[in-house]
Design a binder for this molecule. Sequence first.
Ligand code: NDP
Length: 291
Amino acid sequence: MTKVIDGKAFAANVRAQVAAHVARLREEQGIQPGLAVVLVGEDPASQVYVRNKHASTIEVGMASFEHRLSADTREADLLALIAALNADPKVHGILVQLPLPKHLNSDLVINAIDPAKDVDGFHISNVGLLGTGQKSMVPCTPLGCLMMLRDHHGSLAGLNAVVVGRSNIVGKPMAQLLLGDSCTVTIAHSRTKDLAEVCKRADILVAAVGRPEMITGDMVKPGATVIDVGINRIERDGKAKLVGDVHYESAAKVAGAITPVPGGVGPMTIACLLANTLTACCRANSLPEPE
Ligand code: NDP
């Protein structure tokens, strides 16, 4: 029987734990963790993400600071806002919603965030800390994947993991986390030869490609755990539909466990953002971190 990994339920549990910790912080220390989200422009998908982040932040008892800037915002003005948020003691986490409009340099903007408040884990210091196995802020999507994998497998040591996709926000940090848990890691990408054969060796297969239903059942090792990071909006039979990078029907027949889309990795990303904000708040106040 294939196990469907219920990311929605898992995320609800993480959010409940964060909420309980936040309530204790407020009661015992008089501290309220705060998350600032900066959205530049009117990208429809980004607007939905930002709305969801705001609602989830409030729901767990944190303060939410939303900054919506017009698409033609000057880089200097955005950097000035980030400097103000860096200096604001009520703000423990800062997230700049990507992608930014083309005239803004994303690397420059992300690296202007105080690494201690970089709850997305994209600042070059956090990337370096993760790569060298030191305490860092870990990118939310791969962190959510790792939590579900640990929950399903217990120890990941010695398992063959294949990550399809090498982006800075998903593929590369995912591979680092799996390596940190002693998997034997392969990173595949658009230039990989015989992708099907590479995928078929995986005990853990993570798809972060951005191509609807590209990973099919014949590419999956029997009994493997398949984590589908992809979020693709497609139209089928005249209706809008959300699908992953994995062809669910065929892969679920072969896999031992699989995450669905929607309801898999997606909800875990926001839950991990809240968990990271709580961690940042605890570190800023020299308090014990959540486990
Ligand atoms: P990117 O476009 O930045 O990276 C895609 C990666 O896939 C690249 O490394 C690319 O290789 C590789 N790739 C593209 N085509 C192929 C192919 N035919 N064969 C093998 N590899 C290929 O995407 P992201 O990492 O940002 O996102 C990946 C997916 O995850 C998207 O669907 C996105 O929507 C989703 N996502 C979901 C999140 C969530 O919360 N669930 C959060 C973030 C992303 P190359 O480097 O060679 O070009």
